[in-house]
Design a protein around this ligand. Structure first.
Ligand SMILES: [Zn+2]
Length: 88
């Protein structure tokens, strides 16, 4: 599929508290890898902005799954909130 079409469809889309800003290509080889870089797996990430103003990089497949709907900070706050509810 044409990448630019994917981008056009996704940019400005809202997922929970996140607004999709742009797509980036990210390859993060483990240090032990010593063969050709071109054989490394490349991941597509989306830069998203949370309602609170923080940015978060979301892996494309996670975005497709819809499992990430807020920045790391808000995620933590939500989890802490849940813990408080469970233990008090
Ligand atoms: Zn946030």
């Amino acid at each position: 599929m044409d990448i630019s079409m994917v981008e056009l469809k996704r940019i400005k889309q809202r997922i929970g508290s996140l607004e999709v800003i742009e797509r980036v290509i990210w390859s993060s080889p483990p240090i032990s890898y010593c063969w050709d870089w071109s054989s490394l797996p490349i991941s597509y990430y989306w830069v998203c902005r949370c309602d609170c103003g923080n940015m978060r990089m979301v892996e494309e497949k996670r975005l497709d799954e819809g499992t990430i709907t807020m920045c790391v900070g808000c995620d933590m706050k939500k989890k802490m909130g849940k813990l408080n509810v469970n233990f008090h």
